[in-house]
Ligand binder design. Structure first.
Ligand SMILES: [Zn+2]
Length: 159
């Protein structure tokens, strides 16, 4: 497995002096052992890595959670979805919106890329929008981001 960080055009690499830079050539891209390592890089340099995502050059696959190409993803039965649906009272676990069973997407509380498992205890239901928004972010980071957005928007609307 050779994971690189790309935005579809350029790649992330680190110079000898430890500086994070972008390169248009794949050969110069920094390779990571796994998605976790690549995600750590993003969290270390979020500004530089904005819009970049892990990409497996051998699998030709975007390693982001939620892509249908991800082979290791488990399929969930209707019954399992229903249990999760009822567990959260038919509401998106992130924004609280009421959902129909058809609208439900399953969200890993601890993302797979962060070592989360496919266990029912690590799953919750979420609306599609919230699931997309949350992506590979850890629950705590997600909350932090939501609060930041909320505070910023509230302040902006008052001023
Ligand atoms: Zn939602």
């Amino acid at each position: 497995m050779a994971i690189v960080l790309t935005n579809g055009v350029c790649y992330i690499t680190t110079t000898g002096s430890g500086k994070v830079v972008k390169t248009p050539t794949l050969e110069e891209a920094q390779t990571f052992y796994g998605v976790n390592a690549a995600m750590r890089k993003i969290s270390k340099a979020p500004g530089k890595c904005k819009g970049y995502y892990p990409y497996d050059t051998e699998e030709d696959n975007i390693c982001r959670y939620g892509t249908e190409k991800n082979k290791e993803r488990r399929k969930y039965s209707k019954e399992e979805r229903k249990i999760l649906y009822e567990r959260s009272g038919g509401r998106c676990a992130l924004c609280g919106r009421r959902l129909t069973l058809e609208e439900v997407t399953l969200d890993h509380i601890l993302p797979i890329s962060e070592g989360g498992c496919d266990d029912m205890n690590n799953l919750q239901i979420a609306c599609f929008d919230c699931n997309q928004f949350k992506g590979n972010i850890l629950p705590d980071e997600f909350m932090e981001r939501v609060i930041r957005i909320f505070m910023y928007q509230t302040k902006r609307n008052i001023c």
